[in-house]
Ligand binder design. Structure first.
Ligand code: ADP
Ligand code: MG
Length: 715
């Protein structure tokens, strides 16, 4: 017996192990049981609880495999007997079980109790046979928990188990080099790596498993935070140009601004200014609820750059948004700053927009202006990232909507700073729960806007179950009429552009059609309440020019009802809009609904939002809509969302999508995450390249995706 996978498994088995991510002995050691069968939990065949999980121990009497008639595949039927009674158990598409479960063996089965043709049975149970091949089996084992591994094709559980146990006993110290520092283990009473692995694969008591599990969480939290801390350290090792705070343009802007900054805008502005004044690049995340005034904060930061003779770029995910930001920046700057012919060139702030749909000649001219420093602030889409875009001196990059930009794109922007690296401010359109900020965004410093400039918003939000409550729907239409008559704008939001087929989930046959956005628009136009209203249509398949025109008409009051897809989701600012109707609202997520709703009542007027759905109050997704209707607090909704959607979605929306963090829950383990952060910072401070902690370094490479490793080197 050696400690190579090759010497313990045949090539065909190794291939099957590889599909489970097991390529080495190290991987095999970390191939943990899915669950454990705990002795004493065993049930007699005569007393099986229908609908619940049960564990039985019984002898195999007969086993036979046949092809299924209706469906493709095989069925293996095993008849077992526990000394008093017998039971038939069926396994699908595992014909090899016929050999593994031979008559005469005593096997432990665990699974959900179901009734099949009047007989109780276990549905596709996990099973384990303790006698076969089990060299270091001792009578003691009978009382300790049985590990049940995730199924690996053609490898019986017992063989997997005995291979792991044997390898654990012969593996050398290099397999047990511990990524967790001893001090940390001692402090939290965590088992060392070897003990924890043994606790997982051959626990004496189920408590051993729990103790070990805590350790896996710590490992992952420390890996994540150490990675972030070393990124931060590598950012810090890079030169940035310190940008003056509050030069003449910033001062003039603050004086001419038509409103007073909220206390959070002041505080966050100071945090940013302090960062930008350093000779290390800022990496800061700015977040706050919809309407909390992030754009103004970003603009003040950009003016700081301009005051220091540098340029600023704002990167937006879509053309609509880029255009929108461009217009709001221009209007925030106003005549005193940007447009007045009375201003000398030195006093002016020049702002430009760059998008992919610009004419080639225009774009070349703009590129020249950027390269010569004629333009101070540029707002744009991905076009800003292209190689042909160069800056005379880029001092600050504002990235709107972090998650839609990949690491590489941020990297491309950063490279445009020339000799020094630009400062970066990342804006999130929606608030980010603290736990997420601490994990997914932990390489950034975080600034939070906690108040709304106009005070708390007033958007009366209602869920309208159109099937169950048709009269509510009629009331909503009447309110649309009233809103239009008051000279206000109404958004109607719809989840799709084209009609789509509805398929029968069983047969795949087309059984109907869901309407497209134009069908909906026509239907509304024919609604008696809405006769004579002026309709506009907006969706992502229109050209930028068309979209701009429609939005302008809506803003100017030449369109009453704008029927739109989610292109209006983020940032679109139409102050006269006071009502939103979201059709088929169940298609949208919580954050999205909240963001959409933020489009109305922008001028401080009381506003309304109706979320239409065919669902009934008893449907599960209805609760989500109800949650949005019940609060206007974006932070509360962000927490709710995280809680109900689960973190898989949160992580996959981030750059950690490819990570293999399996034990740490960013929701429930926030205390571990927070303490790991402190420990990681201490480690990185004295040992930035992690020379002294090779096991931790290796573990980080193991669990965090390659892409990000590349990022560290580039950073
Ligand atoms: P968001 O954080 O959603 O991006 P915006 O930056 O679009 O919010 O700001 C929402 C609205 O509030 C804008 O019309 C903006 O001009 C206005 N605003 C921002 N800051 C203030 C302030 N301190 N006082 C009054 N209005 C403000
Ligand atoms: Mg905004």
């Amino acid at each position: 017996m050696t400690t190579r996978l090759e010497d313990n498994f045949r090539p065909s088995d190794r291939k099957n192990l590889a599909t489970r991510g097991v390529h080495s002995v190290t991987d095999l050691f970390r191939f943990f049981p899915r669950r454990y069968l705990v002795p004493g939990e065993r049930t007699e065949l005569g007393a099986l609880p229908l609908g619940e999980t049960a564990i039985i121990q019984a002898e195999v009497i007969t086993v036979s495999t046949r092809r299924m008639k209706q469906r493709r595949g095989t069925i293996t039927e095993v008849v077992v007997h526990d000394g008093r009674q017998s039971m038939k158990i069926a396994f699908f598409n595992q014909p090899w079980l016929e050999k593994a479960l031979s008559p005469g063996l005593t096997v432990v089965f665990g699974g959900k109790v179901e009734s099949y043709r009047g007989q109780l049975t276990l549905a596709s149970p996990v099973w384990l046979n303790r006698t076969e091949d089990d060299h270091d089996w001792t009578p003691d084992d009978l009382d300790s928990p049985f590990p049940i591994y995730p199924a690996v094709k053609k490898i019986a559980q017992s063989r997997l188990w005995s291979a792991i146990k044997t390898l654990l006993s012969v593996a050398g110290p290099e397999e047990f080099a511990d990524p967790l520092p001893k001090g940390l283990r001692d402090k939290h009473d965590l088992p060392d790596l070897r003990t924890a692995l043994e606790d997982m694969h051959k626990p004496r008591r189920i408590e051993d498993v729990e103790r070990a599990r805590l350790r896996w969480k710590w490992e992952e939290a420390l890996a994540l935070q150490t990675e972030f801390a070393s990124r931060k350290a590598s950012f810090a090792a890079v030169q940035a140009t310190p940008l003056l705070t509050r030069g003449p343009k910033s001062r003039r802007f603050d004086e001419s601004m038509p409103f007073t900054l909220t206390p959070s805008q002041v505080r966050v502005g100071e945090e940013i200014a302090e960062d930008m004044g350093r000779d290390q690049p800022m990496h800061r995340l700015l977040h706050g609820d919809v309407g909390s005034g992030k754009t103004l904060v970003a603009l003040r930061a950009m003016l700081t750059a301009v005051d220091s003779g540098a340029q600023a770029a704002m990167l937006a995910p879509t053309e609509v948004l880029a255009t929108q930001h461009f217009h709001s920046i221009q209007s925030l700057l106003g005549e005193q700053m940007a447009l007045s012919p009375l201003l000398s060139e030195d006093d002016q702030v020049t702002v430009a927009l760059m998008t992919g749909s610009m004419a080639a000649r225009e774009r070349r001219e703009l590129a020249l202006d950027l390269a010569t420093g004629t333009i101070d602030i540029v707002v744009g889409t991905h076009a800003l990232l292209s190689e042909s875009t160069m800056f005379e001196s880029l001092g600050l990059i504002v990235v709107d909507e972090q998650h839609r930009f990949g690491v590489e794109q941020r990297e491309a922007m950063r490279a445009k700073g020339g000799v020094t690296t630009p400062h970066t401010l990342v804006m999130s359109a929606t608030p980010i729960p603290r736990t997420v900020a601490m994990t997914v965004f932990a390489d950034l410093d975080v600034s939070t806007l906690t108040e709304m400039p106009a005070g708390p918003k007033d958007i009366a939000t209602h869920v309208v179950p159109i099937v169950d409550q048709p009269n509510w729907f009629a009331r909503a239409r009447a309110l649309m009429r009233e809103t239009i008559e008051a000279g206000r704008g109404v958004f109607v939001v719809f989840p799709r552009i084209e009609p789509t087929d509805i398929e029968d989930p069983e047969t795949g046959a087309v059984i109907g059609q869901k309407q497209g956005i134009e069908d909906l628009s026509r239907k509304l136009e024919d609604t008696p309440e809405l006769k004579g209203a002026r309709f506009g249509l907006l969706h992502g398949r229109m050209s930028t020019g068309e979209k701009d025109r429609v939005l302008k008409d809506f803003r100017d009051g030449d369109i009453d009802i704008l029927v739109s897809t989610t292109v209006i989701e983020v940032g679109v600012d139409v102050p006269r809009a006071t009502m939103m109707v979201i059709a088929e609202a169940e298609n949208f997520g919580v954050a999205q609904l909240h963001q959409l709703r933020g489009r109305v009542g922008r001028d401080g007027s009381a506003a309304m939002c109706f979320m239409l759905t065919e669902l009934s109050e008893t449907d599960e997704s209805y609760a989500r809509l109800q949650a949005v209707a019940e609060t206007l607090d974006g932070f509360a909704l962000a927490e709710y969302d995280l809680d109900s959607r689960g973190e898989g979605d949160v992580l996959s929306a981030s750059q950690w999508g490819g990570s293999s963090l399996r034990h740490l829950s960013i929701l429930r383990d926030s205390e571990i995450v927070a303490e790991a952060k402190t420990v990681a910072e201490q480690i990185v401070e004295v040992d930035p390249t992690l020379e002294a902690v090779p096991a931790l370094k290796a573990f980080i490479r193991r669990v965090l995706p390659e892409d990000d490793a590349h990022f560290i080197e580039a950073g």
